[in-house]
Design a protein around this ligand. Structure first.
Ligand code: ZN
Length: 102
């Protein structure tokens, strides 16, 4: 199966938050490795980063700690994606919630 045809588990929570007009402030992707059963923290995929961008650059996401793979760190979307493409259409700023919603 190709990763682009799957849907991340977090998507349901993001849609629910949007439907209820609630703000997502943080998200962590927990993945269970089928090889050894270990749980690891993955950074959000590009599509989830795009979904989270609706709530702004300060949304925090979990990323693996490069110095200790058993730990994870919180980083903002802006830190994870410093060259966010949609800034081009918002005069260099992070697009507003309104812009993302339209
Ligand atoms: Zn995803």
């Amino acid at each position: 199966m190709h990763g682009s045809v799957t849907l991340c588990q977090e998507t349901g929570a993001y849609c629910q938050a949007y439907t209820l007009d609630r703000r997502v402030t943080a998200s962590v992707c927990v993945f269970r490795d089928p090889e050894d059963g270990r749980y690891v923290i993955l950074p959000p995929c590009g599509i989830c980063q795009e979904r989270l961008a609706l709530w702004g650059p300060e949304v925090e996401v979990g990323v693996p700690d490069p110095e200790d793979p058993t730990r994870w760190l919180a980083r903002t979307l802006a830190q994870v994606n410093p060259y966010y493409w949609a800034r081009h259409f918002a005069d260099g700023a992070w697009p507003s919630h309104r812009t993302h919603s339209s």
